[in-house]
Write a protein that binds this ligand. Structure first.
Ligand code: FES
Length: 259
């Protein structure tokens, strides 16, 4: 799903995270060099790197939090993974903050132990973050033939007939994510009509709006389950449960969703 914290479609979180990764690993490396060479300039450099690492980690957390709350599909394996990613990162930053405060008070072993732990947490967090991008496609804006630009809209009205698009707003095979109250519903245009169905894949909660739709079939981007957009029935697994569908009508150039 397209990142909300981005510049011209480029997500900010992956742009910022190389800084804390480099600075915090550099902290451990320079403190190790200090222990080996007893050179005070290594110790001072490590201290500066640690401050830079903590500050840039906090800066990188801001767009990460925006994406966590706005685009990671709720009730999904991706949300669970994103929560673990966030918690490990918070723990990692706390470990480095503690190491920073103890720099002139504790022994080298304690400092190196804390920084080593922080770097391990950094790797675990990176592993989870990589899975979030490369498997769960968080922050990715995939475009397939005729999909057009990512479309999304919020509606306060949560029942009755809701105007959700104009008749010519979507191309054939294009989708639009509708936030209707707490519901996430996909509006999709086939060759002959507009259809609406739940955004949540029944396998592990992938966002179908971020997937691909061709000839009235939508494919989940996470593990490839396919659903009939009109009936919601599963056409290919691993999902086994159908998705909910909703009535859509078109009148005088406007598209209405009924809830
Ligand atoms: S979440 Fe696994 S196929 Fe959709």
């Amino acid at each position: 799903m397209k990142s909300k914290a981005s510049i011209k479609g480029h997500p900010l979180h992956p742009i910022l995270i190389p800084f804390p990764i480099a600075f915090l690993i550099g902290t451990l490396v320079f403190d190790l060099l200090h222990v080996i060479n007893r050179n005070e300039s290594y110790w001072r450099t490590a201290g500066y790197l640690e401050i830079a690492g903590i500050v840039t980690a906090l800066a990188a957390a801001v767009p990460g939090a925006v994406d966590y709350f706005t685009i990671v599909p709720p009730q999904s394996s991706g949300k669970k993974r994103a929560t673990q990613h966030a918690l490990v990162n918070v723990g990692m930053v706390l470990v480095f903050i503690i190491a920073l405060f103890l720099r002139d008070k504790a022994s080298n072993i304690v400092i190196l132990g804390l920084e080593g732990l922080g770097v391990i947490m950094l790797f675990v967090s990176g592993w989870l973050g990589g899975t979030l991008v490369y498997r769960n496609q968080i922050g990715v804006d995939p475009r397939y033939a005729n999909a057009g630009k990512w479309k999304e809209a919020h509606f306060n009205q949560t029942s009755g007939s809701i105007e959700v698009a104009t008749s010519n707003e979507l191309e054939t095979d294009q989708m639009k994510l509708l936030h209707v109250g707490n519901k996430r519903i996909v509006l999709a245009k086939t060759e002959s009509e507009y259809l609406a169905f739940d955004d949540r894949c029944t396998h592990k909660g992938g966002s179908l709006a971020g997937g691909m739709m061709i000839c009235g079939t939508v494919q989940c981007p996470w593990h490839g389950s396919q659903f009939d957009c009109k009936t919601g029935l599963v056409k290919a697994g691993p999902a086994t449960e159908k998705i909910a569908t909703y009535p859509v009508t078109e009148t005088k150039g406007k598209v209405y969703l009924s809830l």
